[in-house]
Design a protein around this ligand. Structure first.
Ligand SMILES: CC(C)(COP(=O)([O-])OP(=O)([O-])OC[C@H]1O[C@@H](n2cnc3c(N)ncnc32)[C@H](O)[C@@H]1OP(=O)([O-])[O-])[C@@H](O)C(=O)NCCC(=O)NCCSC(=O)C[C@@](C)(O)CC(=O)[O-]
Ligand SMILES: NC(=O)C1=CN([C@@H]2O[C@H](COP(=O)(O)OP(=O)(O)OC[C@H]3O[C@@H](n4cnc5c(N)ncnc54)[C@H](OP(=O)(O)O)[C@@H]3O)[C@@H](O)[C@H]2O)C=CC1
Length: 432
């Protein structure tokens, strides 16, 4: 490959076959022949599946899939598949799930799968009249929306309510936002919500002298919320020379830090999403939707806040997470991705609500693991000792060399790939 940047203008790439794409990329000096051989999908997802899932496909990017263990949720055991690139996340949730088991594990709740489709009305001359007309026609509009998804109505879901919000921000023209509230049952629901929102919009337009602009779901799904709690006695919490009470009070103070400081709350919630997003990815769910919903929910009071909080009560540490989770057990890649289907067989959840409740418990466990480490010995020992394994592998250590490289990396506390390469070189030349 020469040093000149190859052009990114490749017309009609999306219409090319797999081989035509590889040839075009080699000709454009974007890929080499070796790159192409490396990229050729060889796993369960072949090129055709990838190409049906996304556009301009050239290959498949794999992520490690691991198991979060020890989870007892509402009296049932769950083995939780998690797809994630970050070391220590799965160890952390398994660690806390084990700790929580003797006191009953996690107790959860789910609000139901109600989502919002937004329809934006602009340019009306009389907002009161438009609002009144929409609300007076609610039953008919709901029936129209439901005509677009009869299967959902048969399942007990579909459009359930219509609300209106007049938004008047001085510097912009006023707009009326119609909220179409839809029960999506076991689906995430984006496609069906958008279908219903677009379908009913034409009828809404007839009720106003304004016009309809956007018709799209909201990812702030604050009516689709999962809650998980755990309550662990001090006697279970002693760790690495810290008493159970010290650990509990440290976690409580860490929680309070997040409650008053958005800088800390953001990192606190990042830890929670370590757990939740990993389950989302493994289970074929849209983690961008879940992430955006979670962060918007965290900011709903006007100040960005923690999704999970902890406090000390009667000799126990109590934790609670409340998080919106638009996740499904049907639809999207769940229909055709073989690994995702296997994940669902491992998870053994029977509904979107059950999946959301498991995810909430995983998020709470991940949060407690991080806070427990942060409020005691610090994050680095547990996290870095596991991170060191991936650093050693990146440096080229073979399976039977990794433990030795990790040992030396931890000893010198310089967990970097360059250092690992030097250690490996010295080990192979028997200088260590
Ligand atoms: C790493 C541990 C768990 C060690 O903790 P430990 O006490 O040394 O663990 P242990 O050896 O006593 O083992 C207890 C259980 O943990 C699990 N476990 C233990 N080790 C492993 C392992 N290697 N692989 C898989 N599972 C493991 C396993 O279930 C085990 O039970 P067992 O199987 O022995 O009956 C602990 O130090 C920990 O939880 N640390 C926190 C790690 C963490 O939070 N990582 C997330 C990434 S950091 C981040 O991005 C978020 C952050 C921190 O910024 C968020 C925030 O600021 O809030
Ligand atoms: N902003 C966002 O978040 C957006 C996200 N997306 C994407 O949309 C996808 C999710 O949309 P979604 O509508 O869930 O997916 P699908 O359209 O793939 O699946 C939903 C369909 O599954 C069928 N179904 C079968 N069994 C059930 C059941 N028990 N409960 C509910 N539905 C059932 C229903 O069709 P039937 O009644 O006909 O059987 C339903 O309409 C994700 O891939 C996401 O990435 C798309 C646009 C925007």
């Amino acid at each position: 490959m020469n040093d000149e940047r190859p052009t990114s203008r490749i017309s009609g790439f999306f219409k090319m076959s797999q081989e035509e794409r590889y040839r075009a990329l080699i000709d454009a000096q974007i890929l080499t022949e070796e790159d192409v051989e490396y990229l050729r999908p060889s796993g369960e997802i072949g090129f055709d599946t990838a190409n049906h899932m996304i556009e301009n496909a050239i290959g498949v990017l794999e992520l490690p899939l691991g198991l979060g263990l020890n989870f007892l949720i509402d009296g049932k055991d769950y083995v939780v598949p998690m797809a994630v690139e970050e070391p220590s996340v799965i160890a952390a949730v398994s660690h806390i799930a084990k700790l929580a088991r003797p006191s009953g594990g996690f107790k959860t709740e789910y609000s139901g799968s109600r989502m919002i489709g937004q329809i934006q009305v602009v340019g009306a001359s009389d907002w009161d009249a438009t609002s009144a007309a929409i609300l007076e026609n609610k039953a008919r509009l709901l029936a129209v929306a439901n005509e677009f998804e009869p299967g959902m109505v048969a399942r007990g879901g579909g459009a359930k309510d219509i609300r209106v919000r007049l938004i008047e921000e001085g510097k912009y023209q006023s707009m009326l936002i119609v909220h179409l509230v839809i029960d999506t049952c076991d689906a995430m629901g984006a496609n069906m919500i958008n279908t219903m929102a677009e379908g009913v919009a034409q009828e809404i337009e007839k009720l106003t002298d304004g016009r309809i602009l956007l018709r799209i779901l909201s990812n702030l799904c604050d009516e689709r919320v999962a809650v998980a709690r755990c309550r662990i006695p001090f006697s279970e919490l002693g760790w690495r020379g810290f008493s159970g009470e010290d650990v509990a009070k440290g976690i409580e103070l860490a929680s309070q830090f997040a409650e008053v400081d958005p800088y800390r709350a953001t990192t606190h919630n990042k830890g929670i999403m370590n757990g939740i997003s990993s389950v989302c990815i493994a289970s074929g769910n849209d983690w961008r939707a879940v992430e955006s919903g979670a962060h918007a929910f965290a900011a709903r009071s006007g100040q960005y806040s923690p999704l999970a909080v902890w406090w000390v009560e009667d000799g126990h540490l109590v934790g609670e997470i409340e998080v919106p989770l638009a996740v499904g057990t049907v639809g999207g890649p769940i229909r055709f991705h073989p690994t995702v289907q296997l994940v669902h067989r491992i998870l053994r959840v029977e509904s979107a609500g059950e999946l959301a409740r498991v995810m909430a418990a995983v998020g709470l466990a991940q949060n407690m693991a991080a806070l427990k480490a942060l409020a005691t010995e610090g994050i680095q020992r547990g996290h870095m000792s596991l991170h060191a394994r991936s650093v050693a592998a990146t440096a080229g250590a073979l399976e039977d060399e990794i433990d030795d490289v990790v040992k030396h990396l931890l000893k010198c506390q310089d967990i970097k790939v360059d250092r690992a390469r030097r250690i490996l070189f010295e080990l192979r030349n028997s200088q260590l």
